[in-house]
Structures are given as C-alpha cells and as structure tokens.
Write a protein that binds this ligand. Structure first.
Ligand code: BES
Ligand code: MN
Ligand code: ZN
Length: 496
C-alpha cells in the first residue's frame, strides 16, 4: 500500500478516487464535507440524512459517481464522539471496507477536526495493517478476489509533520508487524530453522548485524536443552542474534528473546492430529522479535537492542529425545524432559541464559507461544505477562496501552516454583498431575534461567494467530502480535 499525506484543499474533488468523510457525534462538519456537498449540489447532506449518518459510530452511506465532482465515490461515515476517536482503527475499518471495491485510491479526510499529524500517521498504520494479505501460494485467485486499493492519501493540516511521524515511526512499525505476519503464515516446509535464519540475515540491509549459530557452535556452548528439542528433526537448529547499535557506544543493551519452534508436533509426546497444522505458528514469539527488530532498525532507534531467536523443529523420530530424558542446559542446570511437548521452555532456557551471559542486558523480555493454558485463562484478548520486576511489568503495561496490543499480568512465586522440582534432576519441564497453573509454572521454569536480570515473559499462545477476528487490523490468521508492543516498549523506555 502506498501511503501519502496531502493538503486538505478540495477544488473539484480528487480525480478517480474514493473520498472518505468522517462525521463525528456532536461536532461540526469539516470544510471537506461542505466543499463536496456544495460541488455535488447538496446530494452529500441529503444522502447522509436519508441514511441516518449523524455521527453514530459505524453508520455509513456511499454516494457513487456524485455529480459535480470528479471523485468516483464518497463514503460518509459516522465515527462517534471526537474525544473517543481512534485513528488507527478508523484507517483500518475504512481500508477493509474499500479494499476490494474496484477503487485504487482512497482519500481519507482527517482535516477540519483538530486532529494531529500523529492521528494521520496512525490512520495510515491502520490502513497498512488492514490491507495485509498472504496470497503468495494462491495461483488461482480470481481477479475479483484480489485487492484493488493501491494508494491511501490522508488529507490533514500540516501533512509534512504527518509524513515525518510516518517515516520515523509508524511506517516501520507497519513493516515490522506485516513481516512478523508473513513469517507466522509461512508453512513449515518453507520456513524451517535454516531458511528462517537466511531470511533474517537479509535484514542486514537495514543496518542490523546478524549472527547465526549452528548446532556445532551451540553444542560447544553447552545448549543441551535447545539442541535436545531439535534432535528428532533432520533440519538443523539455529540460534540467530540480531544487533541494533543505535544507542551510546558501550551502553548495556536490552534483549528481546523469541521462541521459534518452526513446527511443534509435540515430539514423542505427539500432539493429536486435529488442528496440529496450527503449530506452524509456534514460532510466533520469534516472529514478534524479528518484526520488532525490523521496526527498530527501520526507524533508526537511538537504543542498543539485541534480538535473539531459538529456531528448532520439534519432531518424533528414532533420534528424538524420549520422555524421561535428562538434558544439561547451558546454565549447567539439568532438566528432566517428562513431556517432549513442553519444548518451548527448553529452547528459551538456553536462549535466555545465552542472552544474560553474553550481553548482560539491563532488561530482557521473551515472547513465546508457550502454553495452551494461557488461552484457557485469557482467551484471545490479552497475552499473559510474567515478570520478576514490577518496573518492567509497569513499562510493558504502558507500552501495551500505547501500542494497542494488550497484556495481563499473572503471578510468579515460590509456591508455584516448587511444582517443577524433580527427584531425578534439578527440575522437570512439566508439573505433576493436577497441579494446574500451567502458564505460571512455565513462567517459573523460565525464571530459573534469567538470574537477576530484570525480565518479563509474554505468553502469546492466544494472540499470535486467531481463527476468527472482529478487528479490521487483523485481516489474516497471523496477527504479528508482539512486534508493535516490543517496539513501543523500547521507544518509551530505552531511547535518547
Ligand atoms: N506450542 C505449544 C503451546 C500452544 C498451544 C500454543 C496451543 C498455541 C496454541 C507448547 O509447546 C505446548 O505444547 N505446550 C503444552 C505444555 C504441556 C505439555 C505442559 C500445552 O500447552 O499443552
Ligand atoms: Mn509443544
Ligand atoms: Zn510449542
């Protein structure tokens, strides 16, 4: 989608486009509205009246081929009270409505309502998120099933300020989110650890440094927990490190760590067949990290940020690990693998320890599609958040509010931690039967690998993909959840 920001001025209407005129509850009509109404000899206000478009949110009317203007059509749409206006949602809703309309250009009139350049850039982000599609493997898609909309022009006072906000922040955020979606959408025969690593390597074009560790290097480092998970797959495991050095030289970085299980069959503790295909998305945490790094590099953030993703495929095989196996993690702690399907925590155990030892970060956040139990707790509305630091938890809560990606904090404490003690090793990777609290005990497991680093774990199992959606910003199965949140957390707390 091509985004531009333009001056509000209307003469005869924008040529060959659809103009969108928002109407707010209890607010004055804009000059754009009045100009179109005048050009079209009052047919705009007549249509709005006939269609009861009085500002009530969602109530709209379209005027096709309005006489007197050179515009293809007008969409007059109610947006509720100005004080409650969310530009990102609005840009998304309108774009989704018109994506397949046959029109190629949308002119969104945000002028005349005291909206800011940031509102305009946020509306553009909504448009970019709502126009996302994953059609690359659809060779027979009919022409009338393809999007027609190519350009979104946003009319606003001070378009150059809006353009700045777009180029310096919201545009890269859109790119990062859509990249994360692309990665989650890809099937596991196309996106596996080495092909995934190669894709990340290409991000060096943005100024990131990308380092890829293979199995031999990880073995040397002692990453027995991560390597055990990948051991049943013919596809070699990878650890990928992305560095963005935009901050003060030598200043401690923040680390973003992601679970990148490119397919989770469960291993020898095999999952049931129905719905197993969803597990191509079990690298959603890593995709959020990669998407965030793309946004951070794309906007040249003044911060030192390191992204680390553990990429493995969890397969049953003669070489796969067995339930009851005891592995030694890089930390030296031993783990009894009672269930090979609780693999994400094994991957993260080594990735987190590596991050801590190698980079001594001032803060660390990991994202993972870690537990089905978090879907029982929070459904598809909030990601679960666990933290060893109230400061980090508060920062992330604020970032969630600011990035429209919601999180809800759940507890960690000693009583839960005890549940993963094992008589045979330092810990086991699941609890005994009937313990419950499956998402919390997974968090306790991770906490054993972060030492004293201020840290949070975000369980995005209910958020990385969604089978049904009501939010127009989420047009596909993959949501890209986490990229925006991490970008915002870095922007608000670790820059400048
Ligand atoms: N990748 C799954 C968690 C998951 C489930 C993500 C559903 C998205 C949707 C994870 O590796 C897993 O299998 N977890 C097990 C843990 C259990 C064996 C303790 C689970 O949640 O059942
Ligand atoms: Mn699993
Ligand atoms: Zn998994």
């Amino acid at each position: 989608m091509k985004i531009s920001f333009i001056n509000p001025e209307i003469k005869e209407g924008q040529l060959k486009s659809v103009a969108v005129l928002p109407v707010f509850k209890g607010a004055k009509l804009s000059n754009a509205y009045k100009s179109y109404d005048k050009l079209a000899k009052k047919r705009v206000s007549a249509a709005a009246k006939a269609g009861n478009v009085d500002g009530k949110a969602g109530k709209s009317v379209q005027i096709v081929g309005p006489d007197g203007t050179k515009t293809n059509r007008l969409l007059v749409t109610g947006c509720g009270p100005l004080a409650e206006f969310k530009a990102e949602n609005f840009g998304a809703r309108v774009t989704k409505t018109l994506l397949m309309s046959g029109e190629t250009t949308l002119v969104l009139h945000l002028d005349g309502h005291d909206l800011t350049p940031t509102d305009a850039a946020q509306a553009a982000l909504g448009a970019v998120l709502a126009s996302y599609r994953f059609d690359k493997y659809r060779t027979k898609l009919a022409a009338n099933k393809k999007p027609t909309l190519k350009n979104v022009k946003i009319a606003i006072e001070n378009p150059s300020q809006a353009r700045k906000a777009w180029n310096n922040f919201y545009g890269p955020v859109g790119d990062g989110t859509n990249m994360a979606r692309d990665l989650v959408m890809e099937p596991a025969n196309k996106l596996y650890p080495t092909s995934y690593a190669a894709r990340i390597k290409k991000m060096e074009a943005l100024g990131l440094q990308v380092q890829i560790l293979g199995e031999a290097q990880m073995k040397k480092l002692g990453m027995g927990a991560l390597l055990g998970v990948g051991q049943g797959s013919p596809r070699a495991s990878q650890l990928v490190i992305m560095k963005w050095n935009g901050g003060k030289k030598g200043a401690k970085p923040v680390c973003l760590v992601g679970k990148g299980v490119t397919f989770d069959t469960g291993g020898i503790s095999l999952k049931p067949g129905a719905g197993m295909w969803d597990m191509k998305g079990d690298m959603g945490g890593s995709a959020a990290v990669v998407g965030a790094m793309r946004a951070i590099a794309g906007r040249k953030a003044k911060a030192n940020v390191i992204g680390i993703v553990g990429l493995v495929e969890n397969m049953p095989d003669g070489k796969a690990q067995n339930p009851g196996d005891i592995v030694t993690s890089m930390s030296g702690q031993t783990i009894e693998v009672q269930n090979t399907d609780a693999e994400g925590r094994l991957v993260l155990a080594d990735a987190l320890w590596y991050a801590k030892e190698k980079f001594k970060p001032k803060a660390m956040v990991n994202l993972a599609t870690l537990t089905g139990a978090i879907i029982v707790s929070l459904g598809h509305e909030h990601a679960g958040m666990f933290a060893n630091s109230d400061d980090i938890a508060e920062q992330l809560q604020a970032a969630a509010d600011n990035s429209t990606e919601a999180v809800w904090r759940l507890p960690l404490n000693k009583a839960y931690d005890k549940l993963i003690d094992s008589p045979n090793a330092d810990m086991k990777n699941i609890t005994g039967p009937g313990a419950g609290a499956g998402s919390i005990t997974a968090g306790q497991f991770l906490q054993r690998f972060v030492g004293n680093i201020p840290w949070a774990h975000i369980d995005i199992a209910g958020m990385a993909w969604k089978a049904s959606r009501t939010d127009p910003r989420e047009p596909s199965w993959a949501t890209g959840f986490g990229a925006r949140l991490m970008n915002r957390w870095v922007a608000d707390n670790y820059e400048g």
